[in-house]
Design a protein around this ligand. Structure first.
Ligand code: NOJ
Length: 752
């Protein structure tokens, strides 16, 4: 690529200021046209290029011909449209200054970052938040993250991840909303509203990014970056709906994916990006590649070299290249050779500039660099209170036999066991590049807020404290030191709280696992302690569903607390001691064994679903049940709820009203997620045995009853056929309503 030298640097600043001032006053589309007309081909391609942060801008400029020096040169040439992983006001300002003051046209940069579950203040991991089924709380949580990120100079997050996944081996399930497309779509919309608000130019909101388009969550065998091969029924009805909902919610950007989808890499996939996303859904934002995913089409065996990969990606509709160097190196040449129509480049650049305009960067490129550090300090208290609230809502009570929970505040003889109980790092979860390491409230600290007379015994050390984002966590599988001490202490305790699970860096990108039991010696420890004392409450900390059939059978009380972020310990303690009555529900099925995977509630029936006589020839395993450990939507409360009086009214125009009465039948005030499932019994394309089509989270005082009404329309009653047409077919439907996907109340109706 050659630098355009038609303007000398002396004129650059004046031109920048005039260009920005006049463009800001015009309508964005006109201003974009005017700017495009001024741009050289190389500058246009530059807008389509994103680089990772490469040097400490407060130090001397990098020298040499490649690496940081090359990137720096490209920035000055106007050949970079966006940076990722540059954060903090000083850094962002310094990079922006290069783009705005030293490049010919002074087009401001976008600053993208993985603000996945909080920026500085960490909220629960997305899977945990999804377990709250509380859309308002999730929206507020994304808004908080956006506010903090924007105050650090950022204007773009690579979130939400809206990949549906059915395989807990895949480490990135922690980053999504679970296995259900309906719940996933509602959560996608809520989080996008939270990040973006209703005005992107507000300096407290940032652009969102729905990712990874598409199919990434269906990696074979749950192995990250692996092959994805799915049929149209799954693609259209399971994978795409949360993306479509994101586009309807005006998401600013979409990220493509590392995986191949049915033989074609998502990054070079024109059906996905150009036909469906841009043409069918009228998406107006832009598509960013995943990190290096354009280049990765070469090892995939789809492109013969980087130039060919650039050609495939741009033709398919990928607008910006994250760190492949493919566009910046080859696109201009491809246009000059006639292989790529310049109109394609113009279209991509127009999309990118549109987002820059919407963010208000042409009015003020430093818009996101204004918040003084004191303001961040002032926010701290309210932000901590908010993530604490989110964390409590995310906890799921899996089992509570014998009513060990809630623990009385006068309970004597409490013993806490487990490496994770004293861990201030793991609860921060996997994506926390903007937060301070070891800054979470640990479980021990949380419990200390209630009692100062409890004992703590670590038991065998499980995890290596040095684990970080880039390295695997090493797990102790042999050294039993500490086991005996824990068992002895348990003998003298009245109640034992065991905090066991996965280290925060055991889930997330590149963290696939084949064994989903408790890592290391934790189950041995649990068994030994339980033999010494039956009164055990198991507090699980993990980033994915785990296979814990033994634990389910033997431990009287189990609380799923995921990785809950900065306020983790306080949230857990408040639930343990009953100051918050748990209300979370699983957004993903917990399997009994890895051999059952992929396992999900919204599956199809087989031709041999069941044999009463248990002969061999029906769809089952010889060594494991078909049922999950805990079904999708499961979650208990310290109170109980009864469901009655299911009524169905079919109205004209395919409208169906479903009413149910829910009653708090226990002794405590509590929240319940009322879930509605539907089964289209016979259809031209077979439909799952049940699909979530509505839910409401309600709060009821003891003895109180509430009638809940759901209205189903063509949107809930229809599905995509294999030609990707939305159809609503007459015939029988079954309705199931209850507090989980194993919902109790059933009735049916016929759609004429
Ligand atoms: C790769 C991940 O797949 C993607 O989700 C993330 O946003 C980028 N890296 C940038 O960090």
């Amino acid at each position: 690529m050659r630098q355009d030298t038609s303007l000398n640097p002396f004129c650059a600043l004046i031109l920048v200021i005039t260009a920005m001032g006049s463009q800001a006053q015009k309508q964005p589309e006109e201003a974009i046209d005017a700017l495009l007309a001024k741009m050289t081909l190389e500058e246009k391609v530059g807008q389509m290029n994103q680089y990772n942060g490469f040097y400490d801008v407060t130090g001397p400029a990098p020298v040499g011909a490649s690496g940081p020096a090359l990137k720096y040169e490209h920035l000055k040439n106007g050949w970079v449209g966006s940076m990722l992983n540059v954060h903090g006001i000083n850094e962002v300002r310094a990079f922006q200054k290069i783009a705005v003051e030293e490049s010919r046209l002074g087009i401001p940069l976008l600053f993208g970052f993985d603000v996945i579950h909080g920026y500085r203040t960490q909220s629960p991991i997305p899977m945990a938040e999804a377990a709250s089924w509380d859309l308002g709380a999730m929206e507020a949580s994304a808004q908080l993250a956006a506010r903090e990120a924007a105050a650090a100079g950022l204007n773009w997050t690579f979130a939400p991840m809206v990949d549906i996944s059915r395989d807990a081996r895949w480490g990135r399930v922690m980053e999504g909303a679970g296995e259900d497309p309906y719940l996933g779509a509602q959560i996608a919309k809520a989080r996008i509203r939270g990040f973006q608000g209703d005005d992107l130019s507000n300096p407290h909101t940032i652009a969102a990014c729905a990712k990874h388009f598409a199919g990434y969550g269906f990696a074979e065998a749950g192995k990250d970056y692996n092959t994805v091969d799915v049929g149209t029924n799954t693609l259209y009805n399971m994978i795409l709906p949360p993306f479509h909902a994101s586009v309807e919610a005006d998401v600013a950007t979409v990220m493509n994916a590392f995986n191949i989808l049915n033989g074609v890499p998502a990054t070079g996939n024109g059906l996905l990006q150009r036909n469906i996303l841009k043409n069918k859904w009228n998406f107006e934002g832009f598509v960013i590649s995943d990190w290096g995913s354009i280049g990765e089409m070469v090892p995939h065996g789809f492109a013969k070299d980087l130039k060919n990969a650039a050609l495939s990606a741009v033709t398919a509709g990928a607008d910006m290249d994250m760190e492949s160097y493919a566009y910046v190196t080859h696109l201009a040449e491809l246009v000059k050779e006639g292989a790529v129509d310049e109109a394609l480049i113009d279209e991509a650049v127009r999309r990118i500039l549109r987002i820059k305009f919407s963010l208000g960067l042409f009015e003020d490129p430093y818009r996101y660099c204004q918040t003084p550090p004191e303001t961040l300090k002032q926010w701290e208290e309210t932000h901590m209170a908010q993530v604490l609230d989110m964390a409590k809502r995310s906890i799921v009570l899996l089992k509570n036999d014998g009513q060990l929970l809630p623990i009385s505040k006068d309970q004597e003889g409490i013993l806490v066991i487990g490496d994770l109980a004293d861990d201030k790092n793991s609860p921060l979860g996997s994506w926390r590049l903007g937060s301070v390491d070891h800054s979470a409230v640990s479980v021990l600290e949380g419990i200390s807020a209630y009692r100062d007379d409890f004992n703590y015994v670590q038991g065998p050390k499980v995890f290596d404290d040095q684990a970080d984002f880039l390295h695997h966590v090493s797990v102790n599988t042999t050294n039993t030191k500490g086991m005996e001490e824990a068992v002895e202490a348990a003998k003298n305790a009245e109640l034992v709280i065991m905090v066991l699970g996965e280290h925060g860096f055991m889930s997330g990108e590149g963290r696939s696992r084949t064994d989903l039991g408790l890592p290391g010696l934790q189950q041995d420890l649990l068994k030994a302690v339980l033999a010494a004392n039956k009164n055990v409450v198991l507090v699980l900390m993990n980033g994915r569903p785990l296979t814990l059939p033994w634990e389910k059978e033997h431990v009287p009380a189990i609380l799923e607390t995921w990785h809950l972020g900065s306020q983790s310990g306080h949230a857990i303690a408040q639930v343990l001691f009953g100051d918050y009555n748990p209300s979370g529900k699983l957004p993903m099925t917990f399997p009994r064994s890895v051999g059952q995977l992929p396992l999900y509630y919204n599956h199809y029936a087989t031709g041999r679903p069941f044999d009463e006589n248990d002969n061999v020839f029906w769809s089952h395993y010889t060594d494991e049940k078909n049922e999950p450990l805990f079904p999708f939507g499961h979650g208990l409360s310290y109170t109980t709820f009864g469901y009655n009086d299911l009524q169905i009214k079919t109205l004209p125009d395919s409208i169906v009203e479903i009413g149910v009465t829910v009653e708090n039948t226990g002794n405590l005030s509590g929240e319940e997620v009322v879930q509605l499932y539907l089964h289209d019994v016979v259809a031209s394309v077979v439909r799952p045995i049940k699909e979530l089509k509505g839910f409401k989270k309600i709060k009821l005082e003891p003895g109180a009853r509430q009638k809940i009404t759901f209205t189903l329309t063509e949107k809930e009653l229809g599905f995509y056929n294999n030609a990707y047409e939305w159809v609503v077919e007459p015939g029988l439907f079954q309705v199931m309503v209850g507090g989980s996907s194993a919902a109790g109340l059933r009735a049916g109706f016929e759609l004429k």
